[in-house]
Design a protein around this ligand. Structure first.
Ligand code: ATP
Ligand code: MG
Length: 399
């Protein structure tokens, strides 16, 4: 019987003069995300986004399930509910509530105790005959006597099932289910950025958090073929493909750093390798970002996590480039990041163990504080540093 899906947003609605741009961006993204459910119409009306079937009518269960999966990926959206849109008529509201309730209770699957139930009514239409409170009591009383509705107890704070009822000027709404969306800002409301994506746990979370703040992400990943196996890039491709389900597809640039790493191995102090690799990664990423219109780099770095992420080394690495570097995880500890990766859905992919580019020729005891001048001096020991970087960039494979 559900003939619309009502989509709610919060932060987008707090935008002053730019609100229209954010709302339009959110609605466009929703159109893109739900493209697997053909025949839908997405409209913005008074602070909500509405999804309906083009010719009107009720959604099938399959269509609703497709919409649910898509909307759970819509950054900028707070929550959504499949709803029945009906005339502002108490008799129709009552009969529809009674008709919907048995299936909603059955879906709950609470056994061994009466389910906890509540009605939440909101009335923006002040001409309606009942106040919100009276409407809540009216519907609870009705459902307590409705055929097919099991015995329930009323719990206003911890309900297993909530019937939402909104009385607006033009129509009324009834809904039982509210799905959570990731909130934040719609992807595309901030400029595109380039994520340094390793196969690890952190960088996919950093990418997701950046998308959540409105930036579409391209990805750059470094491998060291033949020292790293094809599985290293296969894994990153899989992670990037998954992250792309949250946005319009971003590009993935695959960079072979092996030649550069050999030069570092042969010319520079062993303990400085990691910092020197990372300065090269940043420089290459900066050039790719500039060539492709990305306005910042993003990494999964977290302060103090490993030798390359001390304050001194982060500073030394940062100074290799002249572009904004975003580090959404700078204050996160590993357990928090793992929990986030599990919630986002990247943990299982990241947790597959394959060799990482950073670990090729990596020293047993990397230096934890490499001053900038020292890194620069080490780099001068590599003949043709610039040409090596240039050749590495020329060989980038973009997918
Ligand atoms: P992650 O879990 O994301 O791999 P990490 O804990 O392994 O992070 P590092 O390996 O030091 O930490 O990497 C820090 C950040 O540097 C990563 O989050 C990522 O943004 C970037 N990075 C590291 N290795 C690569 C790589 N091979 N390709 C692209 N980016 C990388
Ligand atoms: Mg890593």
């Amino acid at each position: 019987m559900y003939n619309c899906v009502v989509c709610r947003y919060h932060e987008v609605a707090t935008k002053g003069n730019n609100r229209n741009m954010f709302e339009r961006c959110l609605a466009d993204n929703i159109r893109h995300l739900i493209r697997g459910v053909p025949g839908c119409r997405v409209r913005r009306i008074r602070g909500r986004i509405w999804i309906e079937l083009d010719g009107g009518g009720d959604f099938t269960d399959e269509q609703l399930s497709g919409l649910r999966t898509a909307l759970e990926r819509a950054f900028g959206l707070e929550s959504f509910s499949p709803a029945v849109r009906l005339p502002v008529d108490l008799a129709v509201i009552r009969s529809t509530a009674a008709a919907l309730a048995p299936a909603a209770f059955a879906r709950l699957g609470v056994t061994g105790r009466p389910p906890a139930f509540r009605v939440r009514a909101r009335r923006s239409n002040k001409h309606f005959e009942l106040t919100s409170r009276d409407l809540e009591i009216d519907l609870v009383t009705l459902l307590s006597r409705s055929p097919g509705v099991p015995e329930f107890k009323i719990d206003l704070d911890a309900a297993d099932l909530t019937l939402g009822c909104e009385i607006r000027d033009e129509f009324a709404l009834l809904f039982f289910d509210t799905g959570r969306a990731p909130s934040g800002l719609p992807v595309g409301s901030n400029p595109r950025v380039l994520v340094l994506l390793s196969g690890g746990i952190d960088s996919p979370v950093a990418a997701w958090m950046t998308m959540k703040r409105g930036s579409a992400c391209d990805f750059i990943s470094f491998h060291s073929s033949p020292y790293t196996p094809p599985e290293t890039t296969d894994k990153v491709r899989g992670i990037a493909a998954y992250l792309n389900t949250f946005q319009r597809s971003g590009r993935l640039h695959l960079v072979n750093l092996a030649a550069f790493q050999r030069a570092v191995r042969d010319c520079c102090g062993e303990r400085f390798r990691t910092v020197l690799y990372r300065r090269a990664m940043f420089r290459i990423a900066e050039q790719v970002a500039r060539a492709t219109g990305c306005k910042a780099l993003v990494t999964g770095e977290s302060l103090g996590q490993v030798a390359s992420q001390t304050v001194v080394n982060l500073d030394t690495i940062n100074h290799a480039v002249d572009i904004l570097v975003l580090r959404p995880l700078i204050g996160a500890d590993k357990l928090e990041t793992i929990a986030a990766a599990e919630a986002i859905g990247t943990f299982r992919m990241s947790n597959v163990q394959v060799p990482d580019s950073c670990t090729v020729f990596s020293p047993a005891s990397p230096a934890t504080a490499v001053p900038r001048q020292l890194a620069e001096a080490e780099e001068r020991r590599i003949p043709d540093y610039g040409r090596l970087l240039e050749e590495t960039i020329q060989a980038i494979e973009t997918v």
